[in-house]
Structure formats: C-alpha cells, structure tokens
Design a binder for this molecule. Sequence first.
Ligand code: CP
Length: 339
Amino acid sequence: MPSTLTETKADMTGTDTHSTDLLHTAAKQWAYRYIVDLESLSAEQIRTLLRVADDFRDASTRSGAKSSLLRGRVVANLFFEDSTRTRSSFELAAQRLSADVINLTGKGSSVSKGETIVDTARNIEAMGVDAIVVRHGASGSARLIAESVRCAVLNAGDGSHEHPTQGLLDTHTLARALDRLDYDLAGLTVGIVGDNLNSRVARSNIHALTKLGAKVICIGPPTLVPSGFRALGVELSHDLDAVLPRLDAINMLRIQFERMSEAPFPSVREYTHFFGLSEERAAKMKPGAIVMHPGPINRGVELAAAVADGDRSVILKQVTSGLAVRMAALYLCVSAITK
Ligand code: CP
C-alpha cells in the first residue's frame, strides 16, 4: 500500500499539490480494522469518518478524479441480500481509491451449497483480500465475520441490527444541508418515521445523531415504534402531525414487509394516511427543513412522489455522500491493518 502519509491532492485531483494533512493524521490515529456498528464508535470517531469523507468529496464525485491510496489492495463485496445503492457505491468507492474489487452474491457462491459465511469469508481472505464488505440478512453476521478474519470488515447492513455507513452518509448529508460543517448537531431535531422496529438504518442513524448532539424523535404506530426504543436515548411519538413543525429533518423509512411475520397495521392505505409524508404535510414543516429517505422508496406509501422529488428532498445527495463516506471507511480500516 502506498504510504497513507504521503498522498497528495495532486494524486486525487491532478490540480493541487498540498499534502492532505487530515487524511495523514486520521489514518495515523485510526486503530480500527472493522466498522460493524455505530453504537460502539465515539462521537469523535464518527466525526473523524465524516471529516475524512469531506476530504474525499472531490474524488468521489468526479469520474476522472482518482486517489491512489488503496492501489494494490483488494476489496471483496459479499452481498447475501439485494442492494442497489450500497453495493454499487462500495464498489465505486473502492475503484476510486484504485483498489481491485471482487463481487460475490449468495446465489452464485458456495453459500448456496451450505458453506458458512465464516468459511466463505476466511477463504476470500486467504486469496489476499484486504477488506470484506458484507451484507447479510442475519443480525450479528458482520461482527461474526470481523472476529473470524484479520482483514478489514465493513458492515453493509446485517439484518435489522445496523447499517453503519448508511447512518454515516445520512448524518453527513444532514449536517451539510443544515450548515453544521463541524458535525456538532446540538439544537437540531430529527424525526425518523415508520418502521423503526425492523430498521438497521434507524438504529445506525439514532446512534450517530444522538452522539453528535441531535434530538431524535422516532415516529410511527406503537407496533413499529415500541416503548423499548426510549433506551436508545430518543423521544417517541405516535402522532406525526403533532411533531412535524418541530423537525429540522425528517427521515422516512420504508415498511420492511420482508422482515415481518404479521402486518403491523390494518392496511397500507391507513398507514399512509397517518404516517405518509404527503405534500400537504411537508408544507407544515419548518422553512429549510429537509426530507431524507435511505432508499429504496415506496412512492405513494411512506413518501409522496412530489415530496421525494421536491425542494426539501436531499435523497440523491444522500446517495452522493455515500461514496465519500465509503471511501473514508475503506481507507481508514485498510490503513489500520497495515500498522
Ligand atoms: N439504503 C440502502 O441500503 O439501499 P440498498 O438496499 O439499495 O443498498
């Protein structure tokens, strides 16, 4: 691996020659080869990831701009659940750091013949892979893999547990949209609406946002926002209209029917009536308040199409932030295994 300490802006943009002091310092100090959750990261570690992502914004968004930081390194994407955004942005992030990438899915791999995910991960690592990115339907699978290998491991979503890079990219987008470039979110109130119970996105958002000082309100029917969530340091509400005017940002979750054994409300129509973000509801938000969604969107269920595509929406900015955040996570964790 090229020294994490000598990369220059010229290597990334071709236009500048000053050394990237922040990358240098962050990589030197970062000691963690895996990120499986945000619950176990401190506020300062989360801020480091977000600041390093800021440094990668240019290289992440311009197709011609590439960093050489992970040249000669190999990143394996192991996706045992479907994905559009996370899988392609991890792949692009690795490519923009000049790493080689291999992709495996459950269907085309020997997992379909009964091989365990730990054996799969160990075999992949034995080929000289430096980082494993894993998405799996079982909560805890990313940590199991991380503790079974020596390479870097990034959780790309494990069951209903956590989706740490989604929590980071949501926080990155929110902070930039609301002009909190120091990543101090004190005084901001963020609503997370819908299927909090089954949502790994909600959990990672809650940990990141509360650690950085924001107030979080989990909103939805009691079946999807149970009282136990208070233990995460959040406020609960079952009345979207009552809390809407207090919010600086609203994150609308998809109802994850695939993770439910029984319907949590009588009908989708009723859910949309009480908890969908319609144009009429969005108009009652504070001036400047933003609308977020991790994707994929069920248009017309949790979010009206006009709101998803409207002025308040930062949904595509979230996707763009994802690249920079994943470059930061890959860079720091792979740097940690070279020490
Ligand atoms: N937000 C998210 O995880 O999307 P994908 O399932 O498309 O990766």
